[in-house]
Design a protein. Structure first.
Lengths: 382, 384
């Protein structure tokens, strides 16, 4: 039986290698070594830990297996993954990105890449016409998120991939919200898939990590070259923790998703809530498109209160969720996007995108849903 | 978080142990305190922590979690399941006698026979699924009853309530090794147990990547006594593993649910296989402890054993397994299979082992959380 034939639940538990070949150990060792002996001056598979480490290799192979890539890369954070993946671009290149991009990505595209002579245009990527219209002779790549964060705009991945192929553009997709269990972008024609593995893949709010994978061997070589040259690699202990987190990903994601569905429905019916953004709701506008390219609605939702002034009180009263940026942990996390995840974006830009101070993002954890609802209900009631 | 924790379901509490408890940072994940010792503010003053063997904040959080989970007064964390059990046995004195399940982990038998035997602590091994047999084994010097239920490896089910009544009647300490089911599925304190024992390496840890043990005392007095022994003998769990175990507890509910569901499917599949002569799983309707299990547990667990037609078949199966590892231990996300007669129960004398039914045709399977289809496919090719 090869790992490729296993069902996802099995693949997650066993990954690329599930037994240490030397000892049979059930957990892959944490190789803290910074360097490796070269017997007689001759190097083996490993020569220096930045270039390769068996503990890191475990998660790099795992993401490639899960996403259907040829090889994977692990980085010290989601932003290190994004920055390293975008190193496929060069000075003079132009990039198209969604308007309501994650704040950290927005900051990188707006304040770091311009220094290297790489510019970006932000468009509503749910409208392929607008994407096509934004392409200039310098445009080299599309950077995408779907569902978008935090407004759950759905971009047609097949459509955008076809457009990119036609215009010879590279496509990058941040698949953090969905994970490969719910959305497999490489199969839909995306070139490079990026994860903040801090979120669902790690899943316990106790590590930072980023992962990248591609199905194109040539891109894989270039990503490897930059990973090694730049060196923002994931440390061995965190690689171990991430591999451990992956083992329960399916259970955690299924439980979080089931909780998110219930909470989305109840929030939508609550008088203090103006609007709920969640692909699992019947009246979610892009529901058909989302489910044509994803196997589930995920465990994250956003909701807008009728009164932005009620937000501080709610954040005071709520007891069970963690109030913090981040998402994808076993603990439910409530984020005030305005001041947390999207704080890096100027207020007027946020307002124009619809990310108002009345908007909250909720990443459903695996707690008992009745406990979560009881807490939200009391916090909403004031 | 702590303010509302009492009203939360066990599942929600499992996720939230220690969340935001670090006052300095609000960190979602509680810090690992590797400190061996603590600076005293002055002579005769203490921060509450003096030396890590006596107390460590990371271990303390884990120990509170154990106590809360079980509904006991005090939890204690040890370097292994055997370290927990050994510390508990140190409670007894030379001349004391224990009545112990005969269907139990071989390591427990080994430490009692080969270590505590030298110190004058004696034990009788009885079929604890038979209350009358337990009663008959009680002597004037008997101090405690130690049971595992379901048993290991034959999954016999002991009547927790009846044995609890017997212990009360005879003034015995009632000790229950609850490793196979955990407090999520079986609550021994509800039946009068005094101490629960865990190899936390198993379901609590759940990822086959740490070794740990736990004791939970129902009363503060017993908790204090066991803490004294823990501190005196020092078989404590180090801070890093305490932290890893806290991380594991967060997914215990989800993991157990899947373990139980998968084990039920695998047991039914094995039962229909021509080379399998018996399947031992309390979830099967024809298991002698099925009805009792339904009464006293809220799930049948992820452990099962089965007997194949010949010893040769058993060895062939172990050789041919691909997905399932042939390894000792249990309770992890990865499925593991053992041959108890030569592994987990090798220290039990052969005559006794055979009398119990632990022969070389018996295989024990710890069903993991993989896809049940993949587990069954692996068993199918291994049995073919």
């Amino acid at each position: 039986m090869s790992a490729k034939t296993y069902r996802p639940a099995t693949l997650l538990v066993h990954q690329g290698m599930d037994r240490d070949p030397h000892t049979g150990a059930s957990a892959i060792p944490i190789y803290q070594a910074s360097t490796y002996h070269h017997p007689g001056g001759v190097g083996g598979e490993y020569d220096y830990a930045r270039s390769g480490n068996p503990s890191r290799q475990q998660v790099e192979e795992a993401i490639a297996l899960l996403e259907g890539g040829v090889r994977g890369f692990a980085y010290a954070s989601g932003m290190a993954a994004i920055g390293s993946a975008l190193a496929l671009l060069r000075s003079g290149d132009h990039l198209i990105a969604p308007e309501d991009l994650y704040g950290g990505s927005w900051r990188y595209l707006n304040t770091v890449l311009p220094q290297q002579g790489i510019s970006a245009t932000y468009v509503d990527t749910t409208d392929l016409g607008k994407v096509a219209a934004a392409i200039t002779p310098q445009t080299r790549a599309l950077f995408l998120e779907t569902p978008s964060n935090p407004l759950f705009k759905i971009t047609d991945l097949r459509g955008v991939a076809a457009l990119a192929k036609e215009r010879q553009l590279l496509t990058f997709l941040d698949n953090t919200f969905m994970t490969p269990l719910l959305q497999r972008p490489l199969e839909l024609g995306i070139d490079v898939v990026i994860h903040s593995a801090t979120k669902f893949l790690g899943g316990h709010s106790d590590l930072l990590a980023g992962l990248v994978t591609t199905a194109d061997p040539e891109l894989g070589k270039r990503l490897k070259h930059f990973q090694n040259a730049f060196g923002a690699v994931l440390a061995p202990f965190d690689s171990f923790l991430l591999a451990r987190g992956l083992k329960t990903l399916k259970l955690r994601l299924e439980a979080g998703q089931a909780n998110a569905q219930v909470l989305a429905e109840r929030l939508a019916a609550h008088p203090a809530v103006a609007r709920v953004y969640y692909p699992g709701l019947d009246d979610f506008a892009a529901r058909d498109l989302h489910f044509a390219q994803a196997a589930g609605a995920g465990a994250v939702l956003s909701f807008a209160l009728r009164d932005a002034g009620a937000v501080p009180g709610l954040l005071q009263r709520v007891r069970l969720p963690i109030i913090a940026p981040s998402l994808g942990g076993v603990e439910t996390i409530l984020t005030h996007c305005w001041s947390m995840s999207h704080a890096a974006i100027p207020a007027e830009v946020k307002q124009s995108l619809g990310i108002g101070p009345e908007l909250l993002r909720l990443a459903a954890g695996i707690e008992d849903v009745e406990d979560l609802w009881a807490d939200l209900e009391q916090a909403l009631a004031g | 978080m702590t303010a509302c924790s009492q009203q939360l379901t066990l599942e929600s509490r499992l996720v939230n142990f220690g969340v935001g408890r670090d006052e300095r940072t609000g960190g979602i994940s509680f810090p690992i305190y590797p400190s061996a010792t603590y600076r005293h503010p002055g002579v005769g003053e203490s921060t509450g922590y003096d030396y890590t063997r006596s107390g460590n904040p990371t271990r303390q959080l884990l120990e509170e979690a154990f106590a809360q989970l079980e509904g006991g007064a005090r939890g204690l964390a040890f370097a292994s399941g055997m370290a927990a059990l050994t510390t508990l046995f140190l409670h007894f004195s030379a001349g004391d006698h224990l009545v112990v399940s005969q269907d139990l982990y071989g390591g427990t038998y080994r430490v009692l026979a080969q270590v505590f035997g030298k110190f004058g602590l004696t034990a009788s091994y009885v079929d604890t699924t038979d209350v009358a047999a337990v009663a008959a084994a009680i002597r004037p010097e008997t101090k405690a009853l130690l049971i595992e239920t379901p048993g290991n490896p034959l999954l016999g089910v002991a009547d927790l309530a009846a044995l609890g009544a017997l212990c009360r009647e005879h003034g015995l300490l009632y000790l229950v090794d609850n490793t196979f089911l955990t407090p999520l599925l079986q609550r021994p304190f509800a039946y009068g147990a005094d101490v629960t024992i865990y190899s936390a390496t198993k379901y609590f840890g759940g990822h086959n990547d740490l070794c740990a043990g736990a004791l939970v005392a129902r009363t503060p007095e017993l908790g204090e006594r066991l803490y004294f022994l823990q501190n005196s003998t020092g078989g404590i769990l180090p801070p890093q593993d305490c932290w890893l175990l806290l991380r594991s507890l967060k997914t215990l509910g989800l993991r157990l649910e899947r373990h139980c569901a998968n084990a039920g499917e695998v047991a039914r599949w094995l039962k229909a296989h021509p080379k399998v002569t018996a399947v031992y799983y309390p979830g099967l309707e024809d298991h002698p402890g099925h009805e009792l299990s339904q009464r006293q547990t809220s799930g049948f667990g992820g452990m099962l054993s089965f007997r194949v037609d010949t010893a040769e078949t058993a060895r062939k199966v172990l050789k041919k397994l691909q997905l399932i590892s042939f390894a000792e231990s249990l309770g992890g996300v990865e499925s593991l299979m053992t041959l108890p007669a030569v592994q987990t129960h090798a220290d039990i004398p052969v005559q006794e082992r055979l009398r119990l039914g632990i022969c070389e045709r018996l295989l024990r399977l710890s069903v993991g959380i993989e896809s049940s289809c993949d587990i069954i496919a692996d068993l199918e090719q291994a049995l073919a």
